[in-house]
Design a protein around this ligand. Sequence first.
Ligand SMILES: Nc1ncnc2c1ncn2[C@@H]1O[C@H](COP(=O)(O)OP(=O)(O)OP(=O)(O)O)[C@@H](O)[C@H]1O
Ligand SMILES: [Mg+2]
Length: 242
Amino acid sequence: MKNPFLKIETISKTFKGLVALDNVSFCVQKAEILGIIGPNGAGKTTLFNLISGFSVPDKGNITFEGKNITSLKPHQISKLGIARTFQIVKPMRNLNVLENVMMGSLAHSFSLKEAKIEAKNVLELLGIPDKSQFFAENLTLPEKKRLEVARALATRPKVLLLDEVMAGLRPNEVDHMVSILKEINKQTGLTILMIEHAMRAVMACCHKIVVLNYGEKIAEDTPEEIIQHTEVIRSYLGQDPC
Ligand SMILES: Nc1ncnc2c1ncn2[C@@H]1O[C@H](COP(=O)(O)OP(=O)(O)OP(=O)(O)O)[C@@H](O)[C@H]1O
Ligand SMILES: [Mg+2]
C-alpha cells in the first residue's frame, strides 16, 4: 500500500457537547476524487474546516504528504497546496470577477500581469469569461459557486476541497462542472474532495465515497457499492437526495 497523500486519523470535534465528528479516519491517494456525502448536520463542512485549518480537532491527526498539518493555520495549509471553497460563498464583493480570481493566482505569482493571464484562463475553463468585469455580488448563485472554484483553482492547489459547489445548478450545469473537474483531474492529477448532495455528480465523478452520519463514518467504498449499502440507504439515500 502506497503512503496516503492525505490521511485523516481518528478525528473528533465537539461543539459545546454536540459531537460534530466522532473518531473519523480515512485516506486519500494522489489524483483521487473522493466524495463525502451524508445528511444535513452530518459533519461534512466541519471536516473541511479541520483539513483547511479553519478549526482545530479535539483529537486526532491530519497528515498531508507525510507532514502533520493538524494545528497549522489556514494560510499555512493553503501554502502547502490545499485549497477550499466555502458552502456559503464568500466572494470579495467590491472586486470584479477577474480580480477575485486573481486573489487566487497572486498566491503564487509575483507579477500582476501573469496573475491576470492565469485568472483569465481559469475563468475561461469554468465557462464564465464574459462576466470577468462584473462585480462578484452581481453574479447568480451558480456563477458565484463557479467563481469559488475558479479562485481556489487559481492558487494551483494539489488538493481541492469543494463544499457543495453543485448546489443550485441545473442538471446540464452539473454535468458541465463534472466534465470540467474530471478533465482537470485527468490532465493534472489534481486530488479532489467533494462534499455533495447532488448524487448525479458524485456518481459521475468520484472514485471513492465516504459517508458521514451524525459525525460518524458509516461507510467508505466505491460509488457502485455505496448505493447498495444498507445503512447508507437507511440513513441518507432513502431520503431521496438530489
Ligand atoms: N461553529 C460551530 N458552532 C456550533 N456548532 C457547530 C459549528 N459548526 C458546526 N456545528 C454543528 O455541527 C454539526 C455538523 O455541522 P456541519 O456544518 O459540519 O454539517 P454538514 O454535514 O456540513 O451539513 P450540511 O449538509 O447541512 O451542510 C451540526 O449540528 C452543526 O450545527
Ligand atoms: Mg455543510
